[in-house]
Design a protein around this ligand. Structure first.
Ligand code: 13P
Length: 255
């Protein structure tokens, strides 16, 4: 259907505990099994990266939910790319809406984090998306464009190959409300066109754009059937290995 490898990420957010994280990781590893043609990653809370990472096996990427912009040094509470790589992390989220809207990260800081991750050789999953107020004001496309331009500021065409874009409308996150497949497709198509104008057609054709916001086994197939939806970033449903496995299974329809 598409030459883009589907991508499914599980964002565990601030959930699980030491034993639960290892159990969930083991469950995801067995749900994924051998190479299904889908790229799968779990974004694990910092304290459990090492223990859960040991259970994820070689077919699931170990991901972090955030990263700091500087080398090791006097940055109390932050975590550097070197530390993450030391723990086996190969992929990080940047600009998740909870970090933008709850913690207060600016578009510029998200851009710095994205650049930093890429320079360190990590994959960056740059999250973007509008709030309900912005959607109702007709600002969805403008917000996505602003967040993408700032998030990819200074990112070369070569480094863009290590970026996945996650469109996560804020009003759909954790609410049970999902964008319709048509609305999500419309946003993804415009995002891909924007990448074409910022880089070129080949970059636009290659970049994975995944959807996040109340994706579940029941709605994943119809979302993944859309031309420009290359996978999903899953919150709540990634905390159950069976549900997450069913969403990965839905993504195999794109292989
Ligand atoms: P939910 O799947 O719980 O809506 O969360 C989506 C999300 O924020 C993934 O990053």
């Amino acid at each position: 259907m598409s030459t883009r490898k589907p991508f499914v990420g599980g964002n565990w957010k601030m959930n699980t505990d030491l034993n639960g994280a290892a159990e969930l990781a083991a469950g995801v590893a067995s749900a994924v099994g051998s190479d299904s043609g889908v790229e799968v990653a779990c974004y694990v809370p910092f304290p459990y990266l090492v223990s859960a990472g040991q259970k994820l096996g070689s077919n699931v990427r170990l991901g972090a939910q955030d990263v700091w912009t500087q080398d090791n040094g006097a940055f109390t509470g932050e975590v550097s790319t070197d530390m993450l790589k030391d723990c086996g992390v190969t992929t990080v989220l940047t600009g998740h809406s909870e970090r933008r809207h709850v913690i207060g990260e600016s578009d510029e800081l998200v851009g710095e984090k994205t650049r930093r991750a890429l320079i360190a050789g990590l994959q960056a999953v740059l999250c973007i998306g509008e709030t309900i107020e912005q959607r109702e004001a007709g600002e969805t496309d403008a917000v996505n464009e602003r967040q993408i331009r700032a998030g990819l500021d200074g990112v070369s065409a070569e480094d863009l190959k290590n970026v996945v874009l996650a469109y996560e409308p804020v009003w759909a996150i954790g609410t049970g409300k999902t964008a319709t497949p048509e609305d999500a497709q419309d946003a993804h198509k415009k995002i891909r066109a924007l990448i074409g104008s910022m880089y070129d057609e080949s970059a636009a054709g290659a970049i994975r754009i995944i959807y996040g916001g109340s994706m579940k086994p029941g709605n994943a197939p119809e979302l993944m059937a859309m031309d420009d939806i290359d996978g999903g970033l899953i919150g709540g449903a990634s905390l159950k290995a069976d549900d997450f496995g069913a969403i990965i299974e839905a993504a195999t329809s794109r292989v």
